[in-house]
Write a protein that binds this ligand. Structure first.
Ligand code: SF4
Length: 280
Protein backbone atom coordinates (compact mmCIF):
# COMPACT_ATOMS: atom_id res chain seq x y z
CA UNK A 1 0.00 0.00 0.00
CA UNK A 2 1.37 3.36 -1.03
CA UNK A 3 0.92 6.29 1.38
CA UNK A 4 0.69 9.72 -0.22
CA UNK A 5 0.46 13.00 1.69
CA UNK A 6 -1.25 16.02 0.11
CA UNK A 7 1.08 18.76 -1.11
CA UNK A 8 -0.41 21.20 1.41
CA UNK A 9 -1.50 19.81 4.77
CA UNK A 10 -1.45 20.91 8.40
CA UNK A 11 -0.84 24.22 10.15
CA UNK A 12 -1.49 27.42 8.24
CA UNK A 13 0.10 30.81 8.81
CA UNK A 14 -2.69 32.09 11.09
CA UNK A 15 -2.64 29.04 13.36
CA UNK A 16 1.16 29.04 13.62
CA UNK A 17 1.07 32.70 14.55
CA UNK A 18 -1.66 32.15 17.18
CA UNK A 19 0.25 29.26 18.72
CA UNK A 20 3.45 31.31 18.81
CA UNK A 21 1.63 34.13 20.62
CA UNK A 22 0.02 31.67 23.04
CA UNK A 23 3.35 30.01 23.67
CA UNK A 24 4.96 33.35 24.46
CA UNK A 25 2.03 34.28 26.72
CA UNK A 26 2.30 30.98 28.60
CA UNK A 27 5.96 31.72 29.32
CA UNK A 28 5.84 35.33 30.30
CA UNK A 29 2.52 37.13 30.46
CA UNK A 30 0.38 38.01 33.45
CA UNK A 31 -1.26 34.91 34.80
CA UNK A 32 -3.83 33.35 34.86
CA UNK A 33 -4.11 32.95 31.10
CA UNK A 34 -7.34 32.24 29.27
CA UNK A 35 -8.30 31.72 25.66
CA UNK A 36 -11.75 32.76 24.52
CA UNK A 37 -12.86 29.35 23.30
CA UNK A 38 -10.27 26.67 22.45
CA UNK A 39 -7.17 28.33 20.97
CA UNK A 40 -7.51 26.14 17.87
CA UNK A 41 -9.99 23.44 16.96
CA UNK A 42 -7.69 20.63 17.90
CA UNK A 43 -8.37 18.92 21.25
CA UNK A 44 -4.87 17.43 21.54
CA UNK A 45 -3.17 20.83 21.18
CA UNK A 46 -5.66 22.45 23.56
CA UNK A 47 -4.89 19.77 26.19
CA UNK A 48 -1.17 20.47 25.92
CA UNK A 49 -1.80 24.17 26.63
CA UNK A 50 -4.13 23.39 29.54
CA UNK A 51 -1.23 21.43 31.05
CA UNK A 52 0.77 24.70 30.87
CA UNK A 53 -1.94 26.77 32.57
CA UNK A 54 -3.67 28.17 29.47
CA UNK A 55 -7.38 27.47 29.95
CA UNK A 56 -10.24 27.95 27.50
CA UNK A 57 -13.25 29.87 28.77
CA UNK A 58 -16.50 30.63 26.94
CA UNK A 59 -17.27 34.13 28.25
CA UNK A 60 -15.10 37.03 29.30
CA UNK A 61 -17.06 37.12 32.62
CA UNK A 62 -15.22 33.96 33.63
CA UNK A 63 -11.93 35.91 33.88
CA UNK A 64 -11.40 38.46 36.64
CA UNK A 65 -7.64 38.97 36.25
CA UNK A 66 -4.71 37.96 34.07
CA UNK A 67 -4.58 37.64 30.29
CA UNK A 68 -7.14 36.89 27.62
CA UNK A 69 -6.02 35.48 24.28
CA UNK A 70 -8.29 36.11 21.29
CA UNK A 71 -7.97 33.19 18.89
CA UNK A 72 -7.59 33.17 15.10
CA UNK A 73 -11.38 33.38 14.57
CA UNK A 74 -11.48 36.86 16.06
CA UNK A 75 -14.18 38.20 18.33
CA UNK A 76 -16.78 40.93 18.78
CA UNK A 77 -14.85 44.23 19.29
CA UNK A 78 -16.99 44.86 22.40
CA UNK A 79 -15.36 41.87 24.06
CA UNK A 80 -11.92 43.45 23.69
CA UNK A 81 -13.32 46.67 25.12
CA UNK A 82 -14.82 44.81 28.09
CA UNK A 83 -11.49 43.03 28.70
CA UNK A 84 -9.75 46.42 28.85
CA UNK A 85 -12.39 47.75 31.29
CA UNK A 86 -11.82 44.73 33.53
CA UNK A 87 -8.06 45.39 33.53
CA UNK A 88 -7.24 42.19 31.64
CA UNK A 89 -4.23 42.06 29.32
CA UNK A 90 -5.28 41.14 25.78
CA UNK A 91 -3.22 39.10 23.29
CA UNK A 92 -5.00 39.42 19.96
CA UNK A 93 -4.24 36.37 17.82
CA UNK A 94 -7.00 37.10 15.28
CA UNK A 95 -5.65 35.86 11.96
CA UNK A 96 -4.87 38.81 9.68
CA UNK A 97 -7.01 37.20 6.95
CA UNK A 98 -9.99 37.06 9.33
CA UNK A 99 -9.29 40.66 10.36
CA UNK A 100 -9.47 41.60 6.68
CA UNK A 101 -12.91 39.98 6.33
CA UNK A 102 -14.08 41.85 9.48
CA UNK A 103 -12.78 45.12 8.08
CA UNK A 104 -14.43 44.59 4.68
CA UNK A 105 -17.76 43.76 6.38
CA UNK A 106 -17.60 46.94 8.48
CA UNK A 107 -16.78 49.06 5.39
CA UNK A 108 -19.65 47.62 3.34
CA UNK A 109 -22.19 48.33 6.08
CA UNK A 110 -20.76 51.82 6.59
CA UNK A 111 -21.08 52.46 2.83
CA UNK A 112 -24.77 51.49 2.80
CA UNK A 113 -24.61 47.97 1.38
CA UNK A 114 -27.00 45.25 2.42
CA UNK A 115 -24.36 42.84 3.74
CA UNK A 116 -24.36 39.09 3.17
CA UNK A 117 -21.83 36.94 5.01
CA UNK A 118 -21.34 33.57 3.35
CA UNK A 119 -20.50 31.05 6.05
CA UNK A 120 -21.71 28.86 8.88
CA UNK A 121 -24.22 30.62 11.11
CA UNK A 122 -22.88 29.05 14.29
CA UNK A 123 -19.18 29.48 13.57
CA UNK A 124 -17.32 31.90 15.89
CA UNK A 125 -15.47 33.52 12.97
CA UNK A 126 -18.82 34.36 11.37
CA UNK A 127 -20.14 35.69 14.69
CA UNK A 128 -17.07 37.96 14.90
CA UNK A 129 -17.51 39.24 11.34
CA UNK A 130 -21.21 39.86 12.04
CA UNK A 131 -20.32 41.83 15.18
CA UNK A 132 -17.90 44.01 13.19
CA UNK A 133 -20.82 44.72 10.85
CA UNK A 134 -22.82 45.86 13.94
CA UNK A 135 -25.11 42.86 13.43
CA UNK A 136 -26.43 44.38 10.21
CA UNK A 137 -25.94 41.40 7.91
CA UNK A 138 -27.55 38.17 6.80
CA UNK A 139 -25.57 34.97 7.09
CA UNK A 140 -26.07 32.60 4.16
CA UNK A 141 -24.82 29.03 4.26
CA UNK A 142 -26.06 27.60 0.95
CA UNK A 143 -27.28 28.76 -2.44
CA UNK A 144 -30.83 27.74 -1.40
CA UNK A 145 -30.76 30.26 1.49
CA UNK A 146 -29.51 33.01 -0.84
CA UNK A 147 -32.77 32.82 -2.75
CA UNK A 148 -34.55 34.35 0.28
CA UNK A 149 -32.41 37.51 0.36
CA UNK A 150 -34.32 40.65 -0.55
CA UNK A 151 -32.56 42.67 -3.22
CA UNK A 152 -33.72 46.22 -2.39
CA UNK A 153 -30.33 47.84 -1.78
CA UNK A 154 -26.96 47.11 -3.40
CA UNK A 155 -25.59 43.91 -1.96
CA UNK A 156 -22.17 43.56 -0.35
CA UNK A 157 -20.64 40.15 0.19
CA UNK A 158 -17.83 38.76 2.33
CA UNK A 159 -17.13 35.11 3.02
CA UNK A 160 -15.87 33.04 5.97
CA UNK A 161 -12.16 32.42 5.33
CA UNK A 162 -12.50 28.63 5.30
CA UNK A 163 -15.45 28.28 2.92
CA UNK A 164 -15.05 26.29 -0.29
CA UNK A 165 -14.68 28.29 -3.48
CA UNK A 166 -17.50 26.25 -5.02
CA UNK A 167 -20.08 27.18 -2.37
CA UNK A 168 -18.95 30.81 -2.49
CA UNK A 169 -19.32 30.98 -6.28
CA UNK A 170 -22.73 29.27 -6.26
CA UNK A 171 -24.11 31.71 -3.67
CA UNK A 172 -22.65 34.77 -5.39
CA UNK A 173 -24.27 33.64 -8.66
CA UNK A 174 -27.71 33.50 -6.99
CA UNK A 175 -27.21 36.89 -5.32
CA UNK A 176 -25.89 38.57 -8.48
CA UNK A 177 -29.08 37.59 -10.32
CA UNK A 178 -31.18 39.50 -7.76
CA UNK A 179 -29.69 42.99 -7.84
CA UNK A 180 -28.20 45.45 -10.26
CA UNK A 181 -25.31 46.30 -7.94
CA UNK A 182 -23.25 43.84 -5.94
CA UNK A 183 -19.82 44.30 -4.38
CA UNK A 184 -18.11 41.03 -3.59
CA UNK A 185 -14.99 40.53 -1.51
CA UNK A 186 -13.60 37.05 -1.76
CA UNK A 187 -12.16 36.73 1.74
CA UNK A 188 -11.48 32.99 1.51
CA UNK A 189 -7.86 32.66 2.59
CA UNK A 190 -5.33 31.21 0.20
CA UNK A 191 -4.15 28.62 2.76
CA UNK A 192 -7.67 27.19 2.71
CA UNK A 193 -7.85 27.10 -1.08
CA UNK A 194 -4.43 25.49 -1.42
CA UNK A 195 -5.27 22.78 1.14
CA UNK A 196 -8.63 22.10 -0.49
CA UNK A 197 -7.16 21.91 -4.01
CA UNK A 198 -4.36 19.60 -2.87
CA UNK A 199 -6.84 17.36 -0.99
CA UNK A 200 -9.16 17.12 -4.01
CA UNK A 201 -6.29 16.29 -6.36
CA UNK A 202 -5.02 13.56 -4.06
CA UNK A 203 -8.52 12.15 -3.43
CA UNK A 204 -8.97 11.77 -7.19
CA UNK A 205 -5.98 9.45 -7.40
CA UNK A 206 -6.27 7.61 -4.06
CA UNK A 207 -8.43 4.59 -3.21
CA UNK A 208 -9.04 5.89 0.28
CA UNK A 209 -8.54 9.25 2.00
CA UNK A 210 -7.68 9.84 5.65
CA UNK A 211 -8.27 13.38 6.88
CA UNK A 212 -6.58 14.20 10.19
CA UNK A 213 -7.79 16.94 12.49
CA UNK A 214 -10.25 18.04 15.17
CA UNK A 215 -13.81 16.81 14.68
CA UNK A 216 -14.77 20.35 15.78
CA UNK A 217 -12.59 21.94 13.10
CA UNK A 218 -14.62 23.51 10.28
CA UNK A 219 -11.73 23.56 7.84
CA UNK A 220 -10.84 19.91 8.52
CA UNK A 221 -14.47 18.79 8.12
CA UNK A 222 -14.61 20.70 4.85
CA UNK A 223 -11.51 18.87 3.59
CA UNK A 224 -13.27 15.58 4.38
CA UNK A 225 -16.41 16.74 2.51
CA UNK A 226 -14.32 17.74 -0.51
CA UNK A 227 -12.55 14.37 -0.56
CA UNK A 228 -15.86 12.49 -0.23
CA UNK A 229 -17.37 14.53 -3.06
CA UNK A 230 -14.79 13.03 -5.43
CA UNK A 231 -16.37 9.61 -4.76
CA UNK A 232 -13.37 8.32 -2.79
CA UNK A 233 -14.12 6.73 0.59
CA UNK A 234 -12.92 9.14 3.29
CA UNK A 235 -12.41 8.89 7.05
CA UNK A 236 -11.99 11.94 9.28
CA UNK A 237 -9.93 11.02 12.35
CA UNK A 238 -8.25 12.94 15.17
CA UNK A 239 -5.52 10.47 16.11
CA UNK A 240 -3.81 7.31 14.84
CA UNK A 241 -5.76 5.26 17.43
CA UNK A 242 -8.87 5.59 15.27
CA UNK A 243 -7.34 3.82 12.25
CA UNK A 244 -9.14 0.55 11.54
CA UNK A 245 -7.34 -2.22 9.60
CA UNK A 246 -10.59 -3.19 7.82
CA UNK A 247 -10.58 0.15 5.95
CA UNK A 248 -7.45 -0.84 4.03
CA UNK A 249 -8.44 -4.30 2.76
CA UNK A 250 -8.43 -3.47 -0.99
CA UNK A 251 -6.50 -0.22 -0.90
CA UNK A 252 -3.45 0.31 -3.09
CA UNK A 253 -3.05 4.03 -2.56
CA UNK A 254 -4.07 5.79 0.65
CA UNK A 255 -4.10 9.58 0.60
CA UNK A 256 -3.53 11.67 3.69
CA UNK A 257 -4.33 15.27 4.45
CA UNK A 258 -4.75 17.42 7.54
CA UNK A 259 -6.62 20.56 8.49
CA UNK A 260 -5.01 23.95 9.05
CA UNK A 261 -5.29 23.35 12.81
CA UNK A 262 -3.62 19.92 12.82
CA UNK A 263 -0.05 19.71 14.19
CA UNK A 264 2.61 17.85 12.23
CA UNK A 265 3.19 15.44 15.12
CA UNK A 266 -0.37 14.12 14.84
CA UNK A 267 0.03 13.71 11.09
CA UNK A 268 3.33 11.85 11.63
CA UNK A 269 1.70 9.51 14.15
CA UNK A 270 -0.98 8.66 11.58
CA UNK A 271 1.66 8.02 8.91
CA UNK A 272 3.49 5.73 11.36
CA UNK A 273 0.20 3.92 12.10
CA UNK A 274 -0.44 3.42 8.37
CA UNK A 275 3.11 2.15 7.83
CA UNK A 276 2.65 -0.34 10.64
CA UNK A 277 -0.56 -1.65 9.04
CA UNK A 278 1.09 -1.86 5.65
CA UNK A 279 4.08 -3.79 7.01
CA UNK A 280 2.03 -6.40 8.93
S1 SF4 B 1 -7.08 29.07 7.55
FE1 SF4 B 1 -6.44 31.05 6.70
S2 SF4 B 1 -7.76 32.51 7.75
FE2 SF4 B 1 -7.86 30.65 8.95
S3 SF4 B 1 -6.26 30.90 10.47
FE3 SF4 B 1 -5.34 29.84 8.74
S4 SF4 B 1 -4.38 31.44 7.51
FE4 SF4 B 1 -5.87 32.42 8.87
Amino acid sequence: MEIKVAGQAGYCYGVERALRLTDAAAESTRKPIFTLGPIIHNPQVVESFVARGVNPIEQIDEASSGTIIVRTHGVDPLVIEQAGEKGLAVVDATCPFVAKAQQRAAELVRDGYNLVIIGEKEHPEVAGILAHARGEATVVEKAGDAARIKGRKPLGVVVQTTQSMENFQQIVAVLAAKVSEIKVFNTICSATTRRQDAAKKLAEEADLMIVVGGKNSANTSRLAQICRATGTATHHIETAKELEPAWFADVNVVGLTAGASTPQWLLKEVIAGLEEMRDV
